[in-house]
Design a binder for this molecule. Structure first.
Ligand code: ADP
Ligand code: ASP
Ligand code: MG
Length: 407
């Protein structure tokens, strides 16, 4: 008998009918002889709705109270799914994060799981029940409710699978696997039968929201076999594999993109030691995460131009901070651009293939797309371009690297 953790996302539990369909799927696994733990998200749109209510009352609600509020979405779906299972003749019991004891740190709204007490869940499984656990939530040392950041139910599922030493963690969602790029942007995107853990980690951190990045990190750390599948149709889905040898012989596994970026530039900063620190220090002190950074010597050779990207949500705050820094440093000008996006090519095959970068730049040039920033690492190349070219850029690259053709 094997133990499987199945996670169902918001769309998959978005209505009573869909919850019934999930219950049928879960029952099928149990009838096939598996022990099943189910982790669920809130019904689609619910977390956003709750956020809307909070912001209608307060511009910056307390992170603690937000967690008390947001965790209710998942509490609804665990109860409903358990009822649907029981109605279908499948014994089930639901638990919130605090009932299981999903213990996290105290970083409200982005808490990290420290450990999970599997005792209660195991006892139910041994008694023949399906256990339904609320995703996205935990409890800190003081007993406060915490949540794990948007998309966090993926991480709950992988962490639960690690804690219970499950045979597989299955992420059921509204696509039937991990694709070469988001199929909503490129209809010719192709499902990957396998992707390496390393590639999945890059894809997730570069903007592919099909899996939350921490879920992939967790799977790597605890070697949890992870598969992405469709809630709506049968199939093999995509296996996240730890063996590079078995992966398709492609140079590029996929294209990720991040729509929510913004760019800030300070022009004509006196070129002296410590400038980068003086510019970025106050930004990081304000808890704004910086992504790409470029520094260029200006034409007069005495000043420097400094550009960096941040999350779009932080744009206003970061612009204000930079304007004050620029004044202190005697810089000439601050420029900002909120309408940029980042597109990245990801693939372990890049290690052994040259010319990927030039192929990328050529494909974008052919479409008249101007590259504003570039950054590379061993298995990825990212470019920043204007937002209006996002779809065109993704599709051009998808074609240029032959990702549409079945290989
Ligand atoms: P869930 O609610 O089940 O967690 P998400 O919306 O978080 O679902 O993730 C699934 C979505 O991820 C898909 O609908 C798809 O639009 C998007 N996505 C982005 N990149 C990819 C990719 N490379 N492969 C598959 N889906 C992707
Ligand atoms: N309900 C949470 C969200 O919308 C967690 C999740 O769905 O994974 O982000
Ligand atoms: Mg998700």
């Amino acid at each position: 008998m094997s133990l499987i953790v199945q996670k169902y996302g918001g769309t998959s539990v978005g209505s009573v009918e869909r919850i019934q369909a999930v219950a049928a799927k879960v029952k099928q696994s149990r009838d096939a002889g598996h022990q099943v733990v189910v982790v669920v998200s809130a019904m689609s749109g619910e977390t956003d709705r709750l956020l809307g209510l909070a912001h209608a009352l307060q511009e910056r609600p307390s992170p603690r109270e937000l967690d008390v509020l947001l965790s209710t979405g998942e509490q609804v779906t665990i109860a409903l799914l358990s009822m649907a299972l029981e109605a279908g003749g499948c014994p089930a019991r639901s638990y919130t994060g605090s009932q299981v004891q999903v213990r996290t740190d105290s970083a409200h709204n982005k808490a990290r799981i420290r450990d999970i007490d599997g005792a209660r869940v195991r006892a139910d499984l041994d008694a023949g029940r399906v256990v339904v656990v609320a995703g996205f939530q935990g409890i800190d040392e003081q007993g406060n409710i915490t949540t794990l950041g948007r998309g966090g139910s993926d991480t709950s599922a992988v962490a639960m699978a690690a804690a219970l030493k499950a045979d597989e963690c299955q992420i059921y969602t509204d696509v039937d696997g991990v694709y070469t790029t988001d199929p909503r942007i490129e209809p010719k995107a192709r499902r990957l039968a396998r992707i390496t853990f390393e590639e999945m980690l890059e894809m997730a951190s570069l903007g592919s929201k099909v899996l939350q990045i921490r879920a992939v990190e967790f799977a790597g750390k605890y070697q949890v076999p992870l598969r992405v599948l469709s809630s709506f149709q049968d199939g093999e889905g995509t296996l996240i594999t730890f063996e590079e040898g078995n992966v398709e012989e492609a140079k590029i596994a996929g294209i990720a993109f991040a729509k929510d970026e913004a760019k800030l530039t300070v022009l004509g900063v006196p070129d002296q030691p410590g400038v980068a620190h003086k510019i970025l220090g106050p930004i990081s002190d304000a808890n704004v995460e910086v992504d790409m950074i470029i520094q260029n010597i200006a034409a007069d050779a005495r000043t420097t131009d400094f550009t960096f990207t941040i999350h779009r949500n932080d744009y206003g705050r970061a612009l204000e901070i930079l304007q004050s820094t620029a004044q202190d440093l005697g810089a000439r000008e601050v420029q900002g651009d909120e309408r940029i996006v980042k597109i990245s090519l990801v693939g372990v095959g890049m290690r052994s293939h040259a010319g990927i970068a030039s192929g990328m730049f050529e494909a974008l040039a052919r479409e008249g797309i101007n590259i504003r920033m570039i950054s590379t690492s061993e298995i990825k190349i990212s470019v920043v371009i204007d937002e209006k070219y996002l779809e065109l850029g993704v599709r051009a690259l998808h074609d240029a690297f032959g990702l549409s053709d079945a290989s």
